[in-house]
Design a protein around this ligand. Structure first.
Ligand code: NAD
Length: 268
């Protein structure tokens, strides 16, 4: 077991990638403090882990609400002796053209995706400093390498999280606290369901994404979770300030197809 008895807080653990991180971390021996805005989604995740022999507890937490975050971290210290690993996973996706973005839209996305990461980290780091070590994993996005039209608050938030990760990494390295960003590509969660539902037909949808993801498929939440396990464990003991892309090659590809046959490819 790679995370035996580590106290791990996972935010947004009620669904998608966060749920998978909670489950995979528990399988690796972690005591998972699964937090979610709503008990109706978060509590069953903790219950299911406990029923299958793992250890988990559920806490209600909206990461954009400082009182919730403070309560979550206080409970982590009182009940479990403090946080060893924090996975800042909670996030909202967002699609609207830049000129349509309202200040309320901006605040909602930034408050969850960027400020929420700052708030959880701020409280967790105080406990990690007392414990003498820690690992923070910030779930960002391939949007931290290149952007899509219509995602300006999301892009700003996720790029901000990478900056925060690097800043914290250099400041906290001497205190044995590592901070890394983990950037998923297209992963099979509600986001992928929404993309498929909006497509004219499934064949067109699959052909488009196959061309745009060199590995030819979307990723699974478990593939993100196993990378997070690596970043949480001592196996990554010399990695801090990194932004690890888990994207099937998506951000390594300049364009998906040659528009015409190119002699340059033949070396002429
Ligand atoms: N699925 C993808 O393709 C993909 C790609 C890149 C990045 N990501 C990132 O991965 C993370 C998880 O996304 P997902 O795909 O599992 O989506 P999801 O919608 O299934 O899960 C997001 C979770 O965050 C929670 N959440 C939202 N706002 C919150 C708040 N204020 N406080 C607490 N929890 C809150 C939601 O309730 C949900 O449980 C997000 O940060 C997202 O930006 C996902």
């Amino acid at each position: 077991m790679r995370l035996k008895d580590k106290i791990v807080v996972v935010t947004g653990a009620g669904a998608g990638i966060g749920k998978s991180i909670a489950e995979v971390f528990a399988n690796e021996g972690a005591i998972v403090l699964a937090s979610s805005r709503r008990a109706v989604t978060g509590q069953p995740v903790a219950d299911q882990i406990n029923e299958s022999g793992g250890k988990a507890d559920f806490f209600t937490c909206d990461v954009s609400n400082e009182i919730d975050v403070k309560n979550l971290m206080e409970q982590a210290e009182i009940k479990y002796g403090g946080v060893d690993v924090l996975v800042n996973n909670a996030g909202v996706n967002f699609v609207k053209s830049f000129t349509e973005v309202t200040p309320a839209d901006w605040d909602r996305v930034i408050n969850t995706d960027l400020r929420g990461t700052y708030l959880c980290s701020w409280y967790a780091v105080k406990q990690m400093l007392k414990k003498g070590s820690g690992s923070i994993i910030n779930i960002t996005s391939v949007h931290t390498k290149a952007c899509l039209p219509g995602a300006s608050p999301y892009d700003a938030a996720k790029w901000g999280v990478v900056g925060l990760s690097k800043s914290m990494a250099v400041e906290l390295a001497s205190r044995n606290i590592r901070v890394n960003a983990l950037s998923p590509g297209l992963i099979d969660t509600k986001i992928w369901d929404d993309i498929k539902a909006a497509a004219p037909d499934i064949d067109t949808c699959m052909a488009f994404w196959k061309a745009n993801i060199p590995m030819g498929r979307v990723g699974t939440p478990e593939e993100i979770a196993y990378t997070a396990v690596f970043l949480a464990s001592d196996e990554s003991s010399y990695i801090t300030g990194a932004n690890i892309l888990v994207d099937g090659g998506m951000t390594s590809q300049l364009i998906s197809n040659e528009p015409y046959e190119s002699e340059v490819l033949e070396g002429n």
